[in-house]
Design a protein around this ligand. Sequence first.
Ligand code: HEC
Ligand code: HEC
Length: 196
Amino acid sequence: MKRIWLKLAILTVLFLPASSWASEISPRNCTWCHGTGAQGYAAAPRLAGQRAAYIAAQLRDYAAHIRDNPFSKQYMWGAAANLRPDTVRDLAGYFASLPPKAAQDGRRALAEKGQAIYVQGIPDANIVACLACHGPGGQGVREIPRLGGMSYFYLKRRLEEWRQGYHSTPSPMPMVANSLGTDEIEALASYLSFVK
Ligand code: HEC
Ligand code: HEC
């Protein structure tokens, strides 16, 4: 009998504080969607190795409902609501510090074409070289995101959704995406998914 009460007492201690943790955001609030090691899972993109300034900017765009893609509304408006500025900074810094893995889920046969567009653009079709902003290894700079090794499906969806008018901001991307056809998007997303 005594042991049962002892067990109950321990259980109470273990489970009562859980409700008060709920107000504190830890990376685990994020990785149950963004995957183990934040390497991405299903619709949720990889956060590991993403630029801290970019992560923080996106969280602000979600909270302000500026990033209004269908999955943004469904999954991220809630997750980004009411995060304090110092929490945003800490989460962004934490995820940026994790080592990223390449998704490698694009089509190999398209990678060479994708690389050519990434590096040189297609001047005749008014397609700019992505390298100019995203860097030679797709590593990004400041608020410009790292693209190297992100999932084919995520990159393709993101570019298509800009073409459809979602997440319309003064950033160069709505215009860049509008210059791309479906073939170019598939080639670029394939190439980038293999970049390490
Ligand atoms: C319920 C699932 C879910 C939870 C919880 C969640 N996310 Fe997300 N997150 C997603 C999905 C799905 C997307 C893609 C949405 C889109 O396309 O806009 C996303 C997108 C993002 C992006 C944009 C990344 C990019 O490359 O543009 C960031 C940054 C992000 N999440 C950070 C976080 C952080 C930080 C947390 C924890 C506070 C979190 N997420 C919690 C599902 C989730
Ligand atoms: C003039 C600079 C510039 C050029 C050129 C450019 N980008 Fe971007 N890109 C950006 C910026 C800035 C962002 C962040 C946009 C935001 O905050 O909404 C971005 C974001 C992205 C994202 C979103 C990544 C994520 O994690 O959600 C993708 C995908 C992308 N760019 C692909 C491309 C591709 C492919 C090309 C070449 C065809 C390209 N970009 C050319 C500046 C550029």
